[in-house]
Design a protein. Structure first.
Lengths: 196, 196
DNA sequence: ACTAACGGATAACGCCGTTAACCAGTCCTA
DNA sequence: TAGGACTGGTTAACGGCGTTATCCGTTAGT
């Protein structure tokens, strides 16, 4: 009986791969074990619970997501950075719907030393850096950041859930939205009016 | 032993109330039964499964959601309609987070005669009617509609998930976003350029 | 009032997450 | 190199939950 030589990392990676195939909510210890050629209880030598596994997947996902956004924005500015970052995000969610959902579900930290915190911060930092190219008033930065997250997150999750039924190009809609946001951000910058 | 006089509707309503209190994912047949003063198996006389119950809750939720949006937009146009509709949506999601999540999860129809379809269509119809006030080019309507759903859905779900950690007013961010979208939509209308 | 259908209850099954007990392989040390 | 502790698997068993089968009291129709 040779050993499988599992580790917390390998279990997490197997779970991450699986979750993208079957969906976040269908993740089960049995399926992960089966994929690793191991009986279910063996997993508990490396992971304390299913919630723990889901959290580890979430942390890993958020870190990779942060990398993708950072790499996409790297070396670009303004409209180009927005377009590249947004496309990178959409690509990530499409290729890793389960992991994105896991990261989403775990975005509430469990404690002050939760490793998800720096990962989330890196994502936010990338978006903030990107927005800096629009030279917004500092009082509006937070609002713009939240709007951006909302629009991109909303679009990605709606697309992943099959929410766009009408057969108009979803790609076109996405670029249209990015363009819309870009113009709006430029407009906010140029006219420093606070409005209404 | 008096009867509880349950019905598919009363079970659905009990589930809907419960789901807002404990969250979509924690819904269980046992809790619904307990709330109705009944043993779990009794529910199966009115509902075929937990998935069926969740779906019924989703349909009910989507219908009420559609009503809320329609009522809010009613009698308004343009910027006013947008602001009113968006606020109505946010209010609904805040007051009924579980039901909104249920509606969200069931937005994929199970068949051609799924009652969720007309409910979803009513929601979309309201947003489309609202957008008509901006007199967009017909080729851009779908894109604008999708963007709006994305932004509003994304904001609402992120807020419901506690995704906005920084202590800046979430209310302000929301009105800022609505204002941003409103201006952008006006800009799209006035300059009929298709861009890039 | 009698009877059939309805709508509850109790009992039991199966799946899944989890824990306990056990045992084989691995590695450090004498 | 032999022994022993630790590591990382296995099998067995428990508990909770969704679900089904069976049974029985209530209700409604003739």
């Amino acid at each position: 009986m040779p050993r499988a030589r599992l580790t917390a990392l390998s279990v997490t990676e197997a779970g991450a791969a699986l979750i993208d195939e079957i969906g976040f909510e269908k993740l089960s210890m049995g399926l992960v074990a089966e994929r690793l050629g191991v009986k279910t209880p063996a997993l508990y030598k490396h992971v304390t619970s299913q919630a723990d596994l889901a959290h580890r997947i979430a942390v890993r996902a958020m870190a990779e997501f942060a990398d993708a956004i950072r790499d996409a924005i790297q070396g670009r500015a303004g409209s180009d950075a927005l377009a590249a970052g947004a496309q990178a995000m959409r690509t990530y969610v499409r290729e890793h719907p389960g992991q994105y959902a896991a990261g989403d579900a775990a975005s509430r930290p469990t404690g002050p030393d939760d490793p998800i915190i720096p990962a989330v911060e890196r994502v936010v930092a990338s978006w903030a850096a990107m927005l800096r190219g629009y030279h917004l008033d500092s009082s509006q930065e937070i609002h713009a950041l939240r709007m951006l997250r909302s629009a991109l997150h909303g679009f990605s999750t709606l697309e992943a859930a099959g929410g766009f039924q009408i057969d108009a190009s979803v790609d076109d809609s996405f670029t249209w939205m990015i363009d819309f946001l870009d113009r709006g951000l430029h407009a906010v910058t140029s006219s420093s009016t606070v409005a209404r």
